[in-house]
Design a protein around this ligand. Structure first.
Ligand code: FE
Ligand code: CA
Length: 511
C-alpha cells in the first residue's frame, strides 16, 4: 500500500499527481463524482468509481486494477490532511472504490477527494456521527426517494444541496430498470445521445452498472452526494417493479432465473453506493438492514422491505376485502429482520427510534367499495405492522420515514387505524419523489379521496421534492419541500407544509 506523508502531499500540492503504475494513460476517470455514507462516530465510507467512458461497458477501462489514493482533510483546501490511503479499483467490482476511513473525530465536518492515473476527483464534504455518549441538541436530515432519470431534471437535488443537513436518507428507487430512449425520456435532452443498450431493460450486471453510471453523470445528483453523507436503502426498481423476495413481478419467469437477475442488481447496487465491504452481496443475498446511532438522540433503523417479504397478498394491486393481508404468517420484513428491529426498539437508549424504510406504513384507503388498500405496502402485511406499532405504543419516540409512492403524506400512526379516537403511537413522514411521476400537482381527485377516507392523514400532496427534518430532544419538525416543475430545467422549491410532533405525546400539528 502506498502511504503518503502529509508533508509530501503538501509539497506536491493539489494538482501535481503521483503515477504509481506503468498503466496506459486514461482520460478523466472521475465522471461519476464522489460520495460518502454510513457515518459512524469515528469513521465514514468514501466512494467513487473509475469510468472514463461512463456509458460504455466497464466504463471504458481495460480489465486492470487501478490504485486510487484518497485524502481526508479538515478543510476544503486540503492543507489540513489528516488521513490518507490507497484503495484498489478492481475490474470485478466495476472499478468502484470503497474506502473505509476510521480514526476520525465525532460530529465533525471533513473534506475528501481521490486521485488516480494523474487525475484528481471533485471534492466531497461529509460529517461523522456524534459520539455514542453525546447528547446532541438536534439531528438535521433530508428524506428523498425515487429519481427516475427519464421523468425529469434533478433540480430538487440542487435545492437539497443548499440545505443545512447532517445526513441524507435515500429510501429507494435510485435507478429504474425500464428502457430509456436515446434522449433520456421526457428530459428530451438534445445534447444527450445514449447508446442503444439503454433501450434494454436492465437484467445483466453490465446493464445495471451502466444504468447507475447514467444516473450518476448528472451534475445535480453528484453535488448532493458531494455535500452530505448519505444513508441509503433500496426499494423495488433497483431490481424490478414490485418484486417480492424471490418472486418476480410476473411469475411466468422461473424463480431461479429471477434470482440471477436479483444477484446482478444487488451486486451493481453495492458497487455503486457508499456501503462498506461487509455489505457486499453473496449471490442473490445482501444484508442491507442496519442501525446508526446519533448519540443519545436517535437510533436510525434502515430497513429492507423487499428482499425477505412474502409475495403480495390477493395478487397484488389495490384490493378490497382481502383477508389474507391479515394472515400472521405473511411478513414484510422477514422474521429475522423483524425480530432484530423489535429487540432493538424495545431496549433503545435513544430518545427517538427513526425507522428509515421504503413503503407507506400508515393505512391508506383508496376509496371505492369498502376502501381499497395497496397490497404492496404495509397494508398488505398487517401482522408485521401491528407488531411494530404495538412496540411503538410502549416505547415513545417512533418516527417512520418512507418513500416509494411519489406523493407526500403526513400520518399519525395508530395501532388500530379504524379507531381515530385512540392515541397516536408515532408519526410517519412519507416523502415524495425527486422526479418519478413528472411534475405532479398539489391535489388530485385520488389524493382528495385519500384525505377523506383516512382521518389520520394530515397531508396528501402530489408534487415532487424532498423532506427537510429537524429532530430535537423533545419534538420533530418536518418541512415538505416541493418543486414548481421537473420536466424543464430550473424548477424552484418552496415549502408546501410544515408539521411538528412531540416525542412523548405524538401527533402531527401544523407548524
Ligand atoms: Fe418509485
Ligand atoms: Ca417503489
Amino acid at each position: 500500500m502506498l502511504r503518503l506523508s502529509r508533508r509530501r502531499l503538501l509539497t506536491l500540492g493539489g494538482s501535481a499527481l503521483i503515477g504509481t503504475l506503468p498503466a496506459p494513460r486514461i482520460t478523466n476517470p472521475f465522471t461519476l463524482g464522489v460520495a460518502s455514507g454510513d457515518p459512524l462516530p469515528d469513521g465514514i465510507l468514501l466512494w467513487t468509481r473509475l469510468a472514463p467512458k461512463p456509458l460504455e461497458p466497464a466504463g471504458g477501462l481495460p480489465p486492470a486494477e487501478y490504485p486510487v489514493e484518497w485524502q481526508v482533510s479538515e478543510n476544503d483546501t486540503f492543507t489540513k490532511v489528516i488521513r490518507t490511503g490507497t484503495a484498489t479499483a478492481f475490474p470485478a467490482y466495476g472499478h468502484s472504490v470503497h474506502a473505509d476511513v476510521s480514526g476520525l473525530r465525532p460530529a465533525t465536518e471533513y473534506f475528501y477527494r481521490f486521485r488516480s492515473q494523474g487525475h484528481l476527483s471533485p471534492i466531497g464534504r461529509t460529517r461523522t456521527a456524534p459520539a455514542k455518549t453525546a447528547a446532541p441538541r438536534a439531528l438535521r436530515f433530508a428524506v428523498a426517494s425515487c429519481q427516475a432519470y427519464t421523468d425529469g431534471y434533478y433540480d430538487a437535488w440542487r435545492h437539497l444541496t443548499a440545505e443545512e443537513l447532517d445526513v441524507v436518507f435515500f429510501l429507494g428507487d435510485y435507478v429504474y430498470e425500464g428502457a430509456i430512449n436515446s434522449v433520456g425520456g421526457s428530459r428530451m435532452d438534445s445534447s444527450l445521445r445514449l447508446p442503444d443498450t439503454f433501450e434494454l431493460e436492465t437484467d445483466t450486471l453490465d446493464l445495471y452498472r451502466m444504468r447507475y453510471a447514467l444516473y450518476r453523470t448528472d451534475p445535480d445528483l453528484q453535488a448532493a452526494h458531494a455535500a452530505f453523507p448519505w444513508i441509503l436503502t433500496w426499494d423495488d426498481h433497483e431490481v424490478q417493479d414490485n418484486y417480492a423476495g424471490d418472486a418476480p413481478r410476473f411469475t411466468t419467469i422461473p424463480e431461479n432465473d429471477f434470482l440471477v437477475r436479483r444477484a446482478n442488481a444487488y451486486r451493481a447496487y453495492w458497487e455503486n453506493q457508499p456501503l462498506r465491504w461487509p455489505r457486499q452481496p453473496a449471490g442473490p443475498d445482501m444484508s442491507l438492514h442496519r442501525r446508526f446511532r446519533f448519540g443519545d438522540l436517535a437510533h436510525a433503523y434502515v430497513l429492507d422491505t423487499r428482499q425477505y417479504r412474502t409475495d403480495q397478498a390477493c395478487g397484488d394491486g389495490l384490493r378490497a376485502g382481502c383477508d389474507d393481508r391479515n394472515n400472521p404468517d405473511r411478513t414484510l420484513l422477514g422474521a429475522g429482520q423483524r425480530d432484530w428491529l423489535l429487540r432493538r426498539m424495545g431496549r433503545s437508549e435513544a430518545r427517538w427510534n427513526l425507522l428509515a424504510q421504503q413503503v407507506m406504513m400508515a393505512e391508506c384507503r383508496y376509496g371505492g367499495t369498502a376502501g381499497r388498500l395497496d397490497m404492496d405496502k404495509w397494508d398488505g402485511y398487517a401482522a408485521d405492522r401491528r407488531r411494530i406499532l404495538e412496540m411503538a405504543a410502549v416505547e415513545p419516540g417512533t418516527v417512520v420515514i418512507s418513500g416509494d409512492i411519489h406523493n407526500n403524506y403526513a400520518a399519525d400512526l395508530r395501532v388500530d387505524f379504524g379507531r381515530p379516537e385512540t392515541a397516536a403511537v408515532g408519526v410517519e413522514l412519507v416523502g415524495t419523489s425527486i422526479t418519478s411521476g413528472g411534475d405532479g400537482s398539489d391535489t388530485t381527485p385520488q389524493l382528495d379521496m385519500q384525505r377523506a377516507f383516512n382521518p389520520h392523514l394530515r397531508l396528501a400532496n402530489g408534487q415532487r421534492g424532498y423532506l427537510r427534518c429537524e429532530l430535537g430532544r423533545d419534538s420533530i419538525r418536518a418541512d415538505y419541500r416541493v418543486m414548481s416543475e421537473v420536466t424543464r430545467r430550473g424548477g424552484t422549491v418552496s415549502t408546501r407544509a410544515s408539521f411538528v410532533s412531540e416525542r412523548v405525546r405524538p401527533g402531527l400539528v401544523t407548524a
